[in-house]
Design a protein around this ligand. Sequence first.
Ligand code: ADP
Ligand code: MG
Length: 647
Amino acid sequence: MDRLSTVNLLPGIGPKRALSYNAAGIDTIGGLLEYYPRDYINLNLRYNTIECPTDENVCIAAMLTKKIPAVRLKNKLNITKAVIEDEMGKADVSVFNIPGFFDRMKIGERYVFYGRAKSFGGRLSISNPRVFDIDTTGFIPVYPSIPGVSQDRIIENIKTALTRITITDFIDEESRAEFGLIELSDALKLIHFPTDKEENESAKRRLAFNEVYVYRKKLAEIKAEFKSAPGRRMKKHAEMMSRFFEELPFELTESQKKAISEVSADLTGDSPMNRMLCGDVGSGKTVVAAAACVLAYANGYQSAFMAPTEILARQHFNTLEKLLTPLGIKTACVIGALSAKEHREALEKIASGEIHVAIGTHALIADKAEFNNLALVITDEQHRFGVRQREKLANKGDNPHRLIMSATPIPRTMAMMLYGDLDISNLTDMPKGRKPIETFAVTDKLRDRAYNFIKEQIADGRQAYIVCARIDENEDDYNSVESYAENLRKGSFAGYSIGTLHGRLTAEQSAEIMGDFINGKTQILVSTTVIEVGVDVPNATVILIEDAELFGLSQLHQLRGRVGRSVHQSFCILMTANPTAEVRERLKYLSGTSSGVDIAMYDLERRGAGDFLGTRQSGFNQFRFASYITLELLRDVDKYIDKTKDQ
Ligand code: ADP
Ligand code: MG
């Protein structure tokens, strides 16, 4: 038996339970060992019935004093209750749908009850607890639940797996000592069954190291594959390119020039371009991409330009059309908002080669669009897409050149880890004349002043964004946005025109709402973070971000970048309710800094890569120990890779 053996081979797992594990994505014994706890029950931290915090999971040590037989409720539910008691007072325990829950427990006996504590009229109540013998100590793992397998069974199976499998460490002892890593088999034991916090931390650090190392290795392989693939070698077209530069309404920045020459060198080289263009919001990435389209066109090739949302696709289309039409380049925008007929016609023209640059969302490539002669694929704001999506893109067409644009400024070390398969161009300077955005961190005590400030801006003819955080990842964002806007309409902003943008709208609806904001028909746009990616409304000069503490600094910086896009001075207001000292300090830092890379570095140094990698939308949520990926760890992995590269 080894890591790759199927789970049904492990003693204690029958065919039925094996199927339950399979349904949860666990096929092998190694996979079972990598089914990490999402939390731990700390049985050493026990509360009494009075001093116990509520609305969180706690352990309460108390005596069982009364059992109340099961009562039937509506909907085939039944509830069984008991009373527990300590020297401070009494509390209730209720259990749903397990009528025999208390049968094996004795009146007069003390137990530890673990569960979410609530207070009802001052009396503590805990429902569906897990119950432990009073002498149980230490940490009990809590796993993401698996239908058909109880927590106790998972624990038992993992314990068995740990004794049956020999885990060989791929990192040698000397390197482990050098980088302060514990042995892999110890790490696996301690991630499941730690006996104290420090041990658990060292296990997490070790497993984070593994994740980063494995990921980087994989990227290095992808890169090597790319470099050995044949590309569409293009020729330089100095004349067409200088015509393009002459038509531009502005002078290129130094780093734009450099990026364009790096891109041209790739396009005219032997292997396919596989490059990421990084630049802060507003640094002018679009024109670099446009230059690449021009060169492709001059060589008789088509380009595809993809944005993550339809709003952005439309916006890019407007920009690119202006930049490219003077050179005779034909563009088309393919998005869901088109009629069936328009859509079909656009696709036909792309297939025939009549359209040179097709702009759309990822559906453009993922679905059916057939190109006549596609050689360049550009993707905007690619930071939302992890390596798997990047691979998928690469497989379309025969080795097209790829340019990926990211507005998420990241420190170099981090970029190497996440984008090790790509070459990187950086836009480090901003177009001339940009004013930094004045940023204020305030508590909601100053809400009236903030609203008045927004009114002043609107009175000057400007517009405002208000961003509400989504309450939780799985929740619909509709409520937070709509009810917030409704309050404004009825209260502080009665008589103003207010639009709302959130995930429940159709593409058409959000395009219309964006359209109204772009045309100045709405004065305030209340939105979720959907506006984060690249929306460009130069007349908007103030953005108010509610519950700012819920966001990472980099994300706040991105949101802030929605304003400051014109000659008018722009403002960002970061609103918090009860900021801790740490939150205050972070927001103060953001207020004083306008460099995206510095901001990302600040978060990375203090908080690890969790903010950056942890969210679902980052595209990197496969890093399960993201918050343990620190700058120091990244450097260590680098050193280790360097040390072992000849092996
Ligand atoms: P981002 O990097 O955020 O995608 P954009 O490409 O949307 O930035 O450019 C932001 C704005 O700056 C656009 O209105 C664009 O026309 C303008 N711009 C780009 N490059 C320059 C430049 N070199 N000088 C002045 N304005 C520029
Ligand atoms: Mg952009």
